[in-house]
Design a binder for this molecule. Structure first.
Ligand code: SF4
Ligand code: SF4
Ligand code: SF4
Length: 434
């Protein structure tokens, strides 16, 4: 049994009245959509084959999408909220650690029932009961206090950008990371793991923007991190603060569009969940993902590939940008442009399996690492079958999740972001180097 103080300790403080009241309060607020799903589901189990946890756990029905709803939400509804603390703890294990809210199952349900939404409603209840995996709660606390997910302080942020500008200039003298430039064509957003542990990606983007001659900027103030784990912990108030600040920052800088770095969940927060929670019909500033951005730069000739990556390489389709926005063809274009030996996965595109890191599952932290890997054996088998040595993962969650799968199943592969390959492949004109 996995130990997690966010579940084990918090349930000790719950009272039956508190549980009942919270469940019914959330259910009441959900209205027609929830009722339609609950009454439409015919318990046929056709969604089961869609879920990597079901397939990876030898078809145990408890890990099927409908099984996860049955063991959580349906029981809560059936018992009118009268469930005990142990039930709540088990529900938290299921909805936070066994579902990446990847929405693959909705494509297999004849009625298109959005199971991920139903499990997110359970997360909302658990959040209001303070029963959240400890690491995920810490990430949410960081968003609430610092507006980024890794407690990066304002001075660290600026220092890191200056440091990475200097790194970029070692390669390309004309490279810059312009800060708070009003009226720029692009505001570039990243998530906190970039300044914290993957800072070289900032230098790479600085060089790519310089080669492409883009008028761009990054914010000097809070509002640069859109990773938004609060969206997945069920703390929608904090989620909305993060989204609002992100767009307020873009509006303050009067940029024409936001380019979101290689992160699927940050894209989801900015493109879908954030605006919906904030009751916006559309985001106030257009937002595109890095896949779209690189595609645009390549197809318009603003960057040119002159040296293809030679090793065999495959790709992960991030759910939030591929199932969410259909960017699989753009992603394949980039892969084929950059790589000499691109080997596609099967299944692919919107049918690709989730990495089992999304939806906040990776942020549930080390206690759940083994459980996550066991629940995604099919991803390991799928990657191994390509014979590739590298996996391109244009999403920070996919990147970390697939690294763990590679290590757990000893696949001997390595992960890369698109930018890792692009920076080695593009032409860097002589006049920018000097
Ligand atoms: S992990 Fe994906 S396929 Fe499985 S239940 Fe959750 S949303 Fe559905
Ligand atoms: S969610 Fe859809 S596919 Fe799954 S059991 Fe219900 S009706 Fe069947
Ligand atoms: S981490 Fe990647 S594959 Fe996993 S749910 Fe998110 S976008 Fe999908």
């Amino acid at each position: 049994m996995v130990k997690d103080p966010g579940l084990d300790e918090t349930i000790k403080k719950l009272t039956p009245q508190q549980i009942e009241k919270t469940i019914n309060q959330v259910l009441k607020g959900e209205g027609a959509r929830m009722k339609a799903y609950l009454t439409t589901c015919v318990h046929c189990g056709l969604c089961s084959e869609a879920c990597h946890t079901f397939l990876s756990r030898d078809r145990d029905p408890n890990f099927s999408p409908v099984g996860k709803v049955k063991n959580t939400l349906w029981e809560m509804v059936k018992r009118k909220g009268k469930v005990d603390a142990e039930f709540i703890k088990n529900a938290a294990r299921i909805v936070y650690t066994e579902c990446g809210v990847c929405r693959r199952c909705s494509m297999y349900c004849p009625f298109g029932i959005d199971i991920a939404y139903m499990l997110l409603v359970v997360r909302r209840m658990l959040n209001l009961l303070n029963v959240v995996p400890a690491y995920l709660q810490d990430t949410t606390n960081s968003h609430a206090a610092t507006m980024n997910q890794m407690w990066v302080q304002q001075d660290e942020w600026i220092d890191t950008l200056q440091w990475q500008e200097e790194e970029a200039q070692m390669e390309m003298a004309k490279a810059r990371i312009p800060l708070d430039k009003e009226g720029a064509e692009v505001m570039y957003s990243v998530i906190a793991p970039e300044p914290k542990i993957l800072a070289q990606l900032l230098s790479y983007m600085s060089q790519i923007m310089t080669v492409a001659g883009v008028d761009w900027t990054m914010p000097a103030t809070d509002g640069w991190d859109n990773s938004n784990m609060a969206m997945y912990s069920g703390d929608f108030e904090t989620m909305a603060r993060v989204e609002r600040l992100h767009y307020d920052t873009a509006l303050r800088l009067k940029v024409k569009k936001i380019v979101m770095g290689e992160c699927g969940h940050a894209f989801r927060g900015g493109a879908y969940d954030g605006p919906k929670w904030l009751s916006w019909r559309f985001p106030p500033v257009p937002l595109i993902h890095a896949i779209e951005w690189y595609y645009e730069l390549l197809t318009t000739g603003r960057i040119k590939i002159i040296k293809k990556f030679k090793e065999p390489v495959t790709v992960q389709d991030p759910c939030n940008t591929v199932r969410g926005k259909g960017l699989h063809h753009q992603l394949r274009y980039i892969m084929n442009e950059m790589c000499e030996d691109f080997r596609d996965v099967d299944p692919r595109f919107e049918h690709n399996y989730c990495c089992m890191a999304g939806g906040g599952t990776i942020n549930c932290g080390p206690p759940w690492t083994k459980s996550r890997a066991v629940s995604n054996r099919v991803k390991a088998e799928q990657l191994k079958a390509t014979g590739a040595k590298y996996v391109v993962t244009p999403c920070h969650n996919c990147h970390s999740g697939i690294e763990q799968i590679i290590s757990f199943y000893k696949l001997g592969m390595h992960t890369k972001f698109i930018a890792d390959i692009l920076i080695e492949s593009i032409e860097k004109p002589q006049h920018l180097l000097a």
